[in-house]
Write a protein that binds this ligand. Structure first.
Ligand SMILES: Nc1ncnc2c1ncn2[C@@H]1O[C@H](COP(=O)(O)OP(=O)(O)O)[C@@H](O)[C@H]1O
Ligand SMILES: NC(=O)OP(=O)(O)O
Length: 312
C-alpha cells in the first residue's frame, strides 16, 4: 500500500466559517477517492486565513478589556486554528467515508512542531495570515495595531508573521501509532503549533506560523511516505507564470527545479515554498516523489496523468 502525505492548500478550506463548511465537503470527496483507491493518507493543511481571523478576534477582546481578556499568544491562535479546521475536516471525511461504506476512524492530532529559537525568520516576518487588505488599509492597521504588513504575491496586502523552519514533530510517535492502527490522521495543521525546547524537557510556544508545505515535507519524511502530495489552486506548476508564454511543468527533476528557482520562476510566499518543500522531500531518500496539483485532480495526479511531479 502506498503511503501519501497530502498537504491541503487554502482552496480546500475556504477563508471563513461558511466557506470552510462547504469546502471541506469537496475536499473530503477528493481524499476519500484516494483512500478508496487504496492509498494510506495522512493529511495536513494550511491555516493562514483562519489563524489571522482568530488573531484578530482575540485582539479585539483584549482591546475591549485587557484585564478580563489578557493577550492571547500567536502559538495559542495556531492551536485554536488546528482544532477548528481539524474538527470540520475530520467530520466531513468521516461522513464521506461512511457514505461509501468505509468504516475508517479519522482523528486530528494537536501537533506541536519544534523550531530553532535563533531562526533568522523571527527577525524577518514574511508569512501572510488573515484576510487581504488594500495598501491604505494595511498601512492604517500597521500603525494602529503595531503589526507587520506586506504585499502577498500580487494579491493584495496581508499581516505577516515570523515563519521559522520546522525541525521536529513532538507528536511524531502518536501520529505513527495512529497510522499503524489504520486510522486516517490529520496532523501538523497550519504547519504545527510552533514551540521551542526549554529546560527540563519543556516546550514553550513562540509567536510564529510555520509554513505548512515545509512542515508537510518533514512529516512525510518522518512517516516514511512514498509521496508528498501538495494540493493547491493550480493543476501544474508553471514557468513564465501569468505571461503569454506560460508553460506547465509535468515531470521535473530536482536539479531542473533548482535551476528554475535560480531563474526566480516561482513567487515567494505562494509557489516557491511548495517547490522548495517538494525538492526537500524528493531528495531526502531515493525513490521519493512530490506531486503538486489541483485538489480535484489528486487521484489523476497520483495515477501519473496530470500535475507536476518532482523527483531526484
Ligand atoms: N510559477 C507558478 N506556477 C503556478 N502557480 C504559481 C506560480 N507562481 C505563483 N503561483 C500561484 O501560487 C498559488 C498557490 O499558492 P497559495 O495560494 O499561496 O497556496 P495554497 O494553496 O497553499 O493556499 C497558485 O494558485 C498560483 O496562483
Ligand atoms: N501555515 C500555512 O502555511 O498556512 P497557509 O498555507 O494558509 O499559508
Amino acid at each position: 500500500m502506498k503511503r501519501v502525505v497530502v498537504a491541503l492548500g487554502g482552496n480546500a478550506l475556504g477563508s471563513n466559517l461558511h466557506e470552510q463548511m462547504q469546502a471541506v465537503k469537496t475536499t473530503a470527496k477528493a481524499i476519500a477517492d484516494l483512500i478508496e483507491e487504496g492509498y494510506e493518507v495522512i493529511l495536513s493543511h494550511g491555516n493562514g486565513p483562519q489563524a489571522g481571523m482568530i488573531r484578530l478576534a482575540m485582539d479585539q477582546l483584549t482591546k475591549l478589556d485587557p484585564t478580563k481578556y489578557p493577550e492571547v499568544p500567536l502559538s495559542v491562535c495556531v492551536a485554536m486554528s488546528q482544532t477548528y479546521i481539524g474538527y470540520d475536516l475530520q467530520n466531513a471525511l468521516r461522513e464521506e467515508l461512511l457514505s461509501r461504506g468505509i468504516q475508517e476512524p479519522v482523528a486530528t492530532v494537536a501537533t506541536q512542531v519544534v523550531v530553532d529559537k535563533d531562526d533568522p525568520a523571527f527577525k524577518n516576518p514574511t508569512k501572510p495570515i488573515g484576510s487581504f487588505m488594500t495598501k491604505e488599509e494595511a498601512e492604517k492597521k500597521a500603525s494602529e495595531m503595531g503589526i507587520d504588513v506586506m504585499e502577498d504575491a500580487g494579491r493584495g496586502y496581508r499581516q505577516v508573521v515570523a515563519s521559522p523552519r520546522p525541525k521536529a514533530i513532538v507528536e511524531e510517535e502518536t501520529i505513527k501509532a495512529l497510522i499503524d492502527a489504520k486510522q486516517t490522521v490529520i496532523a501538523c495543521g497550519g504547519g504545527g503549533i510552533p514551540v521551542v525546547r526549554c529546560e527540563n524537557d519543556g516546550l514553550s510556544g513562540v509567536p510564529a506560523v510555520i509554513d505548512k508545505d515545509f512542515c508537510s515535507a518533514l512529516l512525510a519524511e518522518k512517516v516514511d511516505a512514498d509521496m508528498l502530495v501538495i494540493l493547491t489552486a493550480v493543476e501544474h506548476v508553471a514557468v513564465n507564470f501569468g505571461k503569454p508564454d506560460q508553460k506547465s511543468l509535468t515531470n521535473v527533476t530536482v536539479d531542473e527545479m533548482k535551476q528554475y528557482i535560480d531563474e526566480k520562476q516561482f513567487a515567494p510566499g505562494s509557489m516557491l515554498p511548495k517547490v522548495e518543500a517538494g525538492i526537500q522531500f524528493a531528495e531526502s531518500k531515493p525513490g521519493r516523489k512530490t506531486l503538486i496539483t489541483l485538489l480535484e485532480k489528486a487521484k489523476d495526479g497520483l495515477a501519473g496523468n496530470t500535475g507536476t511531479t518532482i523527483q531526484a
